[in-house]
Design a protein around this ligand. Structure first.
Ligand code: NAP
Ligand code: G4F
Length: 324
């Protein structure tokens, strides 16, 4: 019998790829979508899956919305991907970030506890919780030290997920995902900002690219690979926490070199440093240790950073040439 899945954050990068994955597996997919004044479904439209999803209007910061979504969807699996997910904005909107990215996780867990404790729950935790890293390679046992209001809010959601698992025996898992990108990445994140700029510069529509701290290092993977790990976590007999990462770290500078080189340009000819993109506190380096996910979930990142950048630059070359 086919299963029902509820996804919050369905219009985001991961929400779109996860919805596609679950539809391909035969799930009925319900998405909680906040009302906005303009259409936010561009990713679902790009994947051509918008007609296959049942939208439930609501907001994760509104407990009644979440309760209604859980009741309406009759979910077997609940993936909480909704968040104010941009680290930079979290210093400008720390209270909203706490509510949407942090407290709302408890709305999801409470709705499950009240309506149907058998629902399996996935929480979108993050490597940003490691912040000022306490180990060279970060694993499930590495202590956390968040460096942004976003990281602090996510840490609250992470521990509430662990707590509801231990207190009420919920099948609640937390995926500690390292940075993952794709052609559907929001334009404010550094990889997509770079690939969009590469396309515009190559097509004569932009002259330079302004960035902040290009010495920061990230463990970047492909979002399409990472949503598979989310699904695998909920297929296990027991819930648990997993680091999902590639195990390779690269500077923003080197990522730019890869992206520009894909269209035969040199990054150094176009990059300008603008202090306005520096953050009040930086996460200098992230490098994940995905051994547990490799062994228990049989999951491994499939896409190299070179392949990922090529995929993103090619998509932006197409969009820019179409005038988008
Ligand atoms: P994203 O593209 O920014 O998507 C966030 C989604 O949350 C959007 O659909 C957004 O809808 C929705 N949302 C925001 N506020 C909401 C609210 N109050 N109620 C309901 N929905 C709301 O993020 P992503 O990259 O797909 O990431 C998915 C999740 O994984 C997020 O929780 C993120 O923090 C976490 N994560 C991401 C990464 C990564 O590298 N991508 C790594 C670790 C963890 P609108 O667009 O309408 O606002
Ligand atoms: O692309 P970013 O904005 O991603 P960040 O801050 O690592 O956060 C992303 O990954 C987290 C997982 O670790 C997620 F939880 C979170 O939701 C989000 O998806 O920035 C990456 C790095 C940072 O060190 C930043 O300072 O790039 C540096 N950077 C340098 N110049 C820039 C820029 N970042 C942005 N966004 N824009 C710049 O111009």
């Amino acid at each position: 019998m086919s299963k029902n899945a509820l996804i919050t954050g369905i219009t985001g990068q991961d929400g779109a790829y996860l919805a596609q994955l679950l539809l391909n597996k035969g799930y009925r997919v319900y998405g909680l979508m906040p009302r906005r004044s303009t259409d936010t479904r561009w990713r679902l439209l790009e994947l051509n899956i918008e007609k296959d999803i049942s939208i439930i209007y609501g907001d994760v910061s509104d407990l009644s919305s979440v309760i209604r979504a859980v009741e309406t969807s009759k979910a077997d699996e609940f993936y909480n991907l909704a968040a104010q997910s941009f680290v930079g904005t979290s210093w400008d909107q720390p209270v909203l970030t706490a509510q949407v990215t942090g407290v709302a996780v408890t709305h999801c867990l409470e709705a499950i506890r009240l309506i149907n404790p058998k629902i399996r729950f996935y929480q979108a935790s993050t490597s940003e919780m490691f912040g000022l890293i306490q180990a060279e390679r970060q694993s499930e046992t590495t202590p956390f030290y968040p460096r942004s209001p976003y990281g602090v809010a996510k840490l609250y959601g992470h521990w509430m997920t662990v707590n509801y698992r231990e207190s009420f025996q919920l099948h609640a898992s937390s995926g500690i995902l390292f940075n993952h990108e794709s052609p559907l990445r929001g334009i404010e994140f550094v990889t997509r900002k770079v690939t969009d700029a590469v396309a515009r510069i190559k097509q004569g529509k932009q002259k330079t690219l302004s960035l902040g701290n290009i010495d920061a290092k990230r463990d970047w993977g492909f979002a399409g690979d990472y949503v598979e790990a989310m699904w695998l976590m909920l297929q296990q007999d027991t819930a648990d926490d997993y680091v999902v990462a590639t195990g390779r770290t690269t500077t923003v500078r080197e990522m730019c070199n890869i992206a520009f080189a894909h269209v035969g340009l040199k990054a150094e000819d176009y990059i300008r440093i603008d202090p306005k993109f520096y953050r009040p506190a930086e996460v200098d380096i992230l490098l994940g240790d995905p051994t547990k996910a490799n062994k228990k979930l049989h999951w491994k990142a499939q896409t190299s950073l070179e392949q990922l950048m090529a995929m993103m630059v090619d998509a932006d070359m197409r969009r820019v040439s179409e005038g988008r």
